[in-house]
Design a protein around this ligand. Sequence first.
Ligand code: HEC
Length: 171
Amino acid sequence: MLVLPACSADTDESGTVREASAQSQQAHEETGHDAAAEDEEHGEEEAELAIYMSRVQRWTHKTALAVDAENGELSEFYLHELEETLETIQMEAPVYEGYEVGKLTNEILVPEVEALDSYVDEGDWSGAREQLTTLSNACNQCHAATDHGFIRIQLEDLDRPFAQSFAPEVQ
Ligand code: HEC
């Protein structure tokens, strides 16, 4: 199934609807009708993975920019955020369209993120740059394995779309 940008809009909308029904549910607790739980059962898992992935992309891109600027403190910060989002995926969306996304993330991606973390810890910037390519290959390997090979991550040519400096802080 192709995931079009419209999906995120739907999710936001249903997110709002869910919130509203959760509130009305609170007001009418005695009715026992769990509208929020019903919504949960209808495809929410799939919509959320794309949203988690957009976060994964954001943290990966910012990690790459920080590594490019050889800023250890900032690289560590974004790597930590990335690791947290990957943990969230494993907990909140372990299965997507029959694919073991949690397990695949743990097997394919987590070791590469940890390896990048080690290079950054050691201040080995050329190692870290090489590892970024390995990392993006891992992203793409899993996209291919989950029938989303058309989503191709590449970190070699980094634009700077964020209104933020990635240079190390001047002490
Ligand atoms: C477990 C396998 C897996 C791994 C590992 C994985 N992805 Fe994904 N990714 C997916 C699947 C499946 C989708 C489609 C989600 C959907 O249809 O809701 C996706 C969707 C995406 C999207 C589309 C959403 C958007 O905002 O454009 C991006 C970007 C993305 N992934 C980035 C990454 C990056 C960057 C990495 C590596 C750091 C990565 N992914 C690692 C499985 C994976």
